[in-house]
Design a protein around this ligand. Sequence first.
Ligand code: C2O
Ligand code: CU
Length: 469
Amino acid sequence: MAFTRRRVLQGGAAIALAAGFGNAAGFSAAQAASPILRAGEGLARLAPGDYPETRVWSYGDRVPGPVIRVGQGERLTRRFVNDLPQPSTVHWHGVRIDNAMDGVPGVTQEAVPVGGTFDYDFTLPDAGTYWYHPHNRTWEQLARGLYGPLIVEEADPPDVDRDEVLILDDWRLTEDAQIHEDSFGAMHDWSHAGRIGNWITVNGKGESRLPAKRFERFRLRLINAANARIFYLSLEGMKAWTVALDGQPLDAPQPVERLSLGPAQRADLIVDITAGEGEEAFLTSHEQTRDGEERFAITGFPVTGVARDQSLADPQPLPANPVPALGDLSSARREGLQMEGGAMGRMQGAMMGGGFMAMRDLAGAGKVWALNGRADMPDTPWITLTRGETVRIAMKNDTAWPHAMHLHGHHFRQMVGADIGPLRDTLLVGQGESAEIAFVADNPGDWLFHCHMVEHSAGGMMTWLRVDA
Ligand code: C2O
Ligand code: CU
């Protein structure tokens, strides 16, 4: 019997969302300078009760890892304890962070060895929805369950009845609900869409339910923690607005019925439950299959009771974060980024180490993609920017696959002709498409720029830039 996803429509107990911080076994709070974030092996109930629990790697002994909540402008300290069987680091995705705390092995720190620790300590300039995950062998460590939400609260948060994090993941499980290990490193995945799974979870549950009341207002913080899956989502039985993308507020709330969420992207929604008492509202995932589109309800909101007798007034925008405004775009520096490779692409080969390698030899070395003609991480920065300068980057996706391009340490805006898009840290660039982004390089240090389909970045879609101090 194949292990296939079930529809939550068909039942399942309501779940309580785990939050807060668990202390690791063997460490007492008194021993630690700061709270511990321990990564280790464990078990998680990802699949229904007739399947065994799944052996995972997790933070704080749970999947997802503990929800870390901090006030805007506050400091976050965590002592990372590595009880994994591999070196690891913690990357705080989307945070305009001190470079030394960015968690990139070989760039901002050494990988934390097995049994080692690292003290993360930084301030959070921006409110919004972020997340944390490893940055070493991410294609394995993320797929095994290492991720968690990082929520930075506004001093004056919007008026909602409930604020809920929904962190989405896509697992590749065997028939006995274990992580499919044989396909780690499979070049077929690396050269195609990445590791696409067969089991979707929301907050670590295959059957996720949030009981709701009619006309109740939620803030839903959606986070895509999958290795490679782009989620195509719709909302049923609710009226919804997008109020932030990748943590950063939109100038005005945008009514939304369908949205796509690429790997690592986030969307903050304000939703009013409009389904009636006894009905259920849904967050639904749409998937292309051989026979067309299939829809899976990935979170259900069964409605019992009434919160008020009509919807609240439309939501107000969230307060903007202190991200610097773009400088003059006509005089801004311009750079290009050529994305090449993958299956059904045209790439003949690329630079690797000191010389040019043909596609077949690259594949033998685990590289199947290239950025600007290079398949490995360059020793020297792709570009060096002057602190405070505005830069425009024109990306050309000359591949047969979409990519989720992520810049560390900054947020950028997409430019579409004369239109300037919302702030983001991760942008989907469709197959064959071009996209231009602009940002102010105000954060000194060495910053990665890579595809967040993590098999693609490991397979060559990773480079870095330097912002001079
Ligand atoms: Cu989620 Cu290099 O990042
Ligand atoms: Cu990619």
